[in-house]
Design a protein around this ligand. Structure first.
Ligand SMILES: Cc1ncc(COP(=O)(O)O)c(C=O)c1O
Length: 404
């Protein structure tokens, strides 16, 4: 694997890219067809077969953000609707709701976890369906409206309880769009892959993600009609895939615009890269699990740290370590940097962001579990080409930095 950082530095994330990826990209560059085409079709089919879902309901796009947007749109979310979103997530999960002029009801984390609190989710939907504001919003303040969809986030590859979330959604006639950006491949309690249990699931191929194409994403849909809508809307609302215009016997120039769609297709250069990454996923997944297990063993039973709560099917995309409240998280990250170790924070909760505070009148302490996670969390380096020696260096540096 190639990476050119000084050996003494251990970056936070490094993509696992080798000669096969280079060859795949070169093959496409030399083929004369750079944009969406047969490589993308093959990528969709191979991705679908790995998850055991229908290939025609598996659609590649240029990011998970565009995938979430398309999935919500195809689920019928529109102006005035409400979508329940965890506050502990990345900007994308919520911004797509705003693209559709719908509103967001944030949901806190369950205590001691990084995942959406299902009891509070239920309580919020209950309140909203009785015309009240969602749980956690002060004094009746906050959005009201028809609860239309839930976006559970499989944070860091840790699986949400999709059976419980789907049961709530069914009870209130709502849709679920799983944000599985971190969760390729993670298996929930029922043994089903994350991203395949809701109305739609969306995966990310951003540079740091479990498999990467630099930028990219994949949508898996339960309903063929939903997939059909997404196929049209990802490509300008045109009723015909671009490559068919060049390969069909029908006139190549003919197409119809049936709606105001988007430009969300993924080019074949990236799909070719993604196909190689797919072929390596069994190894990269196992390697991430092994590194996470080394961290778990080093930091469990140490009062200075809380290791992430995990289940056996989880993908270990992130290693979110929580520090003792007496430790200064920001100072800790700076000290690790001085020791040549990159770290990050996942996430700064969305309810603390100026845009959402202004829009919904929120305060930092409105979702206390999410805020508490943010104040204590550091994400340690976790990437497949890390050696066991590098992992040990991270462990020693973290242990030596954590002086209570
Ligand atoms: C939880 C989550 N959802 C969605 C996204 C968006 O992914 P993309 O960069 O592919 O749009 C990210 C990206 O980091 C993420 O962390």
């Amino acid at each position: 694997m190639h990476y050119s950082y000084a050996m003494e530095t251990i970056p936070f994330a490094v993509p696992y890219i080798g000669a096969e990826e280079e060859e795949a990209v070169l093959r496409v560059l030399r083929s004369g067809w750079l944009t969406t085409g047969t490589e993308t079709l093959a990528f969709e089919q191979e991705f679908a077969s790995m998850l055991g879902v229908p290939p025609r309901q598996t659609l590649a796009v240029n990011s998970a953000t565009s995938g979430l947007h398309l999935a919500l749109e195809a689920c019928g979310v529109c102006k005035g609707d409400l979508v329940l979103v965890p506050s502990y997530t990345f900007a994308s999960t919520a911004e797509v709701v705003r693209y559709l002029q719908a509103d967001i009801a944030f949901v806190d984390c369950a205590p001691g976890t990084f995942l959406m609190d299902i009891e509070k989710l239920q309580e919020s939907i209950d309140r909203l369906s009785r015309g009240k504001s969602a749980y956690g919003w002060r004094g009746g303040f906050g959005p009201c409206g028809t609860p239309k969809a839930i976006i559970p986030v499989h944070y860091g590859g840790l699986c949400c309880d999709m059976e419980a979330i789907n049961a709530i959604a069914r009870r209130y006639n709502m849709r679920t769009v799983e944000d599985a950006a971190h969760a390729f491949v993670a298996y929930g309690a029922q043994g089903k892959p994350a991203g395949t249990q809701g109305d739609a699931g969306v995966f990310s191929f951003y540079a740091t993600k479990p498999i990467t194409t630099g930028e990219g994403g994949m949508i898996v849909c339960a309903d063929p009609a939903c997939a059909e809508r997404i196929a049209i809307m990802r490509s300008h609302g045109i009723d015909r895939p671009v490559w068919s215009r060049y390969t069909d016997t029908k006139a190549s120039w003919y197409y119809q615009v049936v709606d105001a769609g988007y430009k969300y297709n993924i080019p074949d250069i990236l799909s070719a890269l993604g196909r190689v990454q797919l072929s390596r996923v069994a190894y990269t997944l196992e390697r991430r699990k092994r590194i996470a297990a080394l961290y778990d063993a080093a930091f469990a039973n140490d009062e200075r740290f809380l290791i992430p709560p995990t289940a056996s099917g989880d993908a270990r995309h992130l290693y979110p370590l929580r520090l003792h409240e007496a430790l200064d998280r920001d100072g800790f990250i700076a000290a690790l940097k001085d020791g040549g170790i990159g770290a990050s924070v996942h996430f700064i909760p969305l309810h603390t962001m100026p845009y959402y505070q202004k829009l919904y009148g929120l305060r930092d302490d409105d979702f206390p579990e999410s805020y508490k996670n943010f104040r204590q969390e550091i994400s340690l380096p976790l990437w497949p080409a890390m050696t066991d020696e590098q992992v040990q260096r991270v462990i020693s540096c973290v242990q030596n930095t954590a002086v209570l």
